[in-house]
Ligand binder design. Structure first.
Ligand code: ADP
Ligand code: MG
Length: 467
């Protein structure tokens, strides 16, 4: 029997708020000028006191509600004590016994907890032997989500991280860009031949989804090889070397008791149900449509899974969908709008302004098409014009002669003309040469300058020929 891998993830994500977690300094970790978004609180001057950021609490509660976790009623903040130059207070304010969220599920992966804490400063080691520190990031609200050890392959782990990123973006909780360090994934990995889990290794410094996948795959192989040789896995923290594509030992892992966690005496305890803005009802009713729900809805419309993924996870198209497609009530019209979006808009790689023009005209174009006022070629032409110059779809249809001939007597007259002008071909069709039908249809479309409904014209011509 081969070794079975087990993976649990710990994900940190910076939250989007106006100010930092416990003070009024601006929350802008991407500020390039060092040490401008700082104040005595986040610089840990003696005598300062933290005040909890309500927006940050709400972000975590919303994420928790979205994954169907249990929202805490009682919660408190704790001090996690350790020394490091990027930690000005000598402790990090975090949550230990009473996280804001317990349990939950995202994409089939059970969530253990989500808690709220503060980010550290950024240290940088200069080439000439100095370490310099930028405190812009110190005290930025950070949420930590921990999964149960229920993942068994690298791909599922990175897919989970992507889904979490999408959820955070959908909720407006954060940008969660991994390359920018806005979302950081730590992977705990073990392998075992039995029901009992093996010794786990924690891998840090994973700053892309690819790195998550590769590092996990590497660790599974390393640990398996080690055990097969009769060796043992050491519980430790390892880093990921992007260039060598391998993990390396960083330190043996400390236990939580090494941190001497205790409740922060400077922060009042919370009874969340006492505040309307934190109540489960308020939080739940503030949630937008979640990616999982949208995915299901679109799949039910028989849209191909890869197209559904575009509408769900590509931010620009997902927004366009929300604004221009969602409000359409007629199912056929909505489907037409989705098809135009996927087939006519997306292939043209439109810029932001072109997308705005589409947003304004998409629903009307789809409505005209669903009503039969324009053909699918007409709808395409209107979308192309909207992308290029914008305008009103109805006006574009009129000025470009795209309105379809719907009147039955007009189509009948058109069919008569075609049959009279091409009586030879008409005879061929009558005698069974159905390929020639295409020619007659083409002539009719040309005569009507594309305004005839081709399906209707074909039906009428065939009727007249008795085929
Ligand atoms: P620690 O006390 O070392 O921090 P936790 O029990 O808090 O360990 O788990 C931390 C993370 O490691 C969680 O995501 C959890 O799912 C994962 N984990 C725990 N045990 C294992 C294991 N044997 N193999 C893989 N992952 C594990
Ligand atoms: Mg732990």
């Amino acid at each position: 029997m081969s070794y079975r891998p087990t993976i649990g993830l710990e994900v940190h994500a910076e939250l989007k708020t106006r100010t930092k977690m416990f003070c009024g300094s601006k929350n802008d970790p991407d500020e390039v000028r060092p040490n401008v978004n700082v104040c005595p609180v986040c610089m840990a001057f003696p005598g300062t006191l933290p005040v909890v950021n309500r927006e940050a609490v709400k972000h975590v509660l919303r994420v928790g509600a979205a994954i169907n976790g249990k929202l805490a009623d009682y919660t408190e903040f704790d001090r996690k004590n350790y020394f490091y130059p990027d930690l000005p207070k000598g402790y990090q304010i975090s949550q230990y016994e009473y996280p804001l969220i317990s349990g939950g599920n995202l994409q089939g992966v059970q969530i253990t907890r989500i808690h709220l804490e503060e980010d550290t400063a950024r240290s940088q080691h200069t080439g000439d032997g100095y370490s310099i520190i930028d405190f812009n990031r110190a005290g930025v609200p950070l949420m930590e989500l921990v999964t149960e050890p229920v993942i068994h392959d690298a791909l599922t782990a990175s897919a989970f991280a992507k889904e979490l990123q999408l959820l955070l973006r959908t909720l407006g909780a954060g940008e969660a860009n991994m390359e920018l360090g806005q979302m950081r994934v730590e992977a705990n990995i073990s392998v075992s031949k039995t029901e009992k889990f093996g010794t786990k290794v924690e891998v840090k410094n994973l700053n892309s989804f690819k790195a998550v996948e590769r590092a996990i795959a590497y660790e599974i192989e390393r640990q398996t090889a080690l055990l097969e040789e009769g060796g043992a896995v050491v519980q430790e923290t390892r880093g990921w070397d992007e260039k060598k594509e391998e993990t390396f030992s960083q330190r043996t892992k400390e236990d939580s008791h090494d941190y001497r966690y205790f409740p922060d005496p400077d922060i009042p305890k919370f009874r969340l149900s006492l505040l309307e803005e934190y109540s489960e009802e308020t939080i739940r009713s503030s949630l937008p449509e979640l990616p999982s729900a949208r995915r299901e809805k679109l799949l039910a419309l028989a849209i191909a899974p890869e197209d559904v993924e575009v509408l769900v996870s590509d931010v620009a198209y997902s927004e366009l969908y929300t604004k221009a497609v969602e409000p359409i009530t007629d199912a056929g019209t909505r489907k037409a709008a989705i098809n135009l979006l996927l087939n006519e808009v997306r292939g043209k790689n439109p810029n932001a302004e072109a997308l705005m023009r589409i947003e304004a005209g998409l629903a009307e174009t789809a409505t005209m098409f669903a009503r039969g006022d324009i053909s699918s070629a007409g709808a395409k032409a209107i979308v192309a014009e909207l992308l290029e110059n914008g305008g009103d779809p109805a006006h574009i249809a009129t000025s470009k002669g795209l309105l379809q001939m719907k009147d039955a007597s007009l189509i009948s007259a058109l069919a008569d003309e075609v049959l009279a002008e091409h009586s030879g071909v008409a005879e061929e069709v009558k005698s069974g040469k159905l390929e020639a039908m295409k020619f007659l249809l083409g002539q009719g479309m040309r005569k009507s300058k594309g305004s005839a409904n081709p399906a209707e014209l074909e039906r009428v011509i065939k009727e007249k020929l008795g085929v």
